[in-house]
Write a protein that binds this ligand. Sequence first.
Ligand SMILES: [Zn+2]
Length: 280
Amino acid sequence: MKITTLKKLNLSLISILQFSLWVIIFLVYLLSVKPSDIVVFLNVGQGDAILIQKGEIQLLVDGGNGKEILYELPKYMPFYDRHIEYLLLTHPHDDHLVGLLHVLESYDIGEILYYPVCYENNNYETLLSNSTKKRGVSAGDTISLDSLEIDIIWPREGDSTAENCIKSWNGNINNDSLVLQFEYLNKKFILMGDAEKEVESILISEGVVSGKYDILKAGHHCSKTSNSETFLKVITPGYAICSCGEGNKFGHPSSETLNIFDSLAVQYLVTYEQGNIQIK
Ligand SMILES: [Zn+2]
C-alpha cells in the first residue's frame, strides 16, 4: 500500500516537472520574438507583402492574396504587440489587397494609407468601408516610423472625379502603384509596387530616382512589363527582390527580366525560392 502511494507521488512529480519544462520552453520561445529593426519581403504566394519594422512600430506594405500573411507576421512582431501602426495598399489589385483584409480582422490598425484611385473591386470597397482611419497619400508625402522617414515618390496626385476618387493615370492600375523609397539599416531601398516601364521612365527623366540603390523590390513581380534595362542601369540595384508564388499563371518572374538582371550583375532573390527575405 505504501509503495503504491509513493509511486503515485513520483509520477505526479514527474508530470509537474514535465509540465514546468514545457512552460519554460514556451516562455523562452515567446521572449525570443523581440522587436527588431528589419525589412522583410514576405513569402505569401503570388502577391506582395513587405513588413518594415522599427522597434515596435510597423508599416505593412500590401498583404498578399490570402491568409498567409497571418502566419508570417508573428515570426517578426513581438507576441505582445497586436498593433500595426500603418497598413499601406500600393494599388487595389487582390494580390496586394486581400491579405490586408485578414490583417484588419486580426490586428489593431492605426491607419490605412492608400492612393485613392478609382477602381472597381469588391475587396477594395470592403477595405474602404472599414472603420479604420484612412489617409490618401501620393508623391511628396512622407510616412514617419519614429526617425525612419519613408518617401512616397509616385503617383503624383491626379484630379478627383465626381465619385471622389482619383482617375487612373494611364488606365493601367499597376501604374497607379504607390512607389516608396527610404534609407534604413544603412541601405537604400526602393519599392516599386506593380509600377511598369512608363512610370520608370518618368522617375528617371524627372530625376526622382538617382544614384545607387541597395535593394529594389522589383516592379510587378519581376514581370517584363517592368524593370526596363534603362531603369536598372540608372538605379543599379545591389539586389532585386521578386515577390512571386511558385508556378503562378502569369509566368512571373519573367525570364526576360532575369536575363537583364544577369547581364547587369544584379543579384535577384525570388520569394518562393528563398522564403521570407530579411534585410537587417
Ligand atoms: Zn501584383
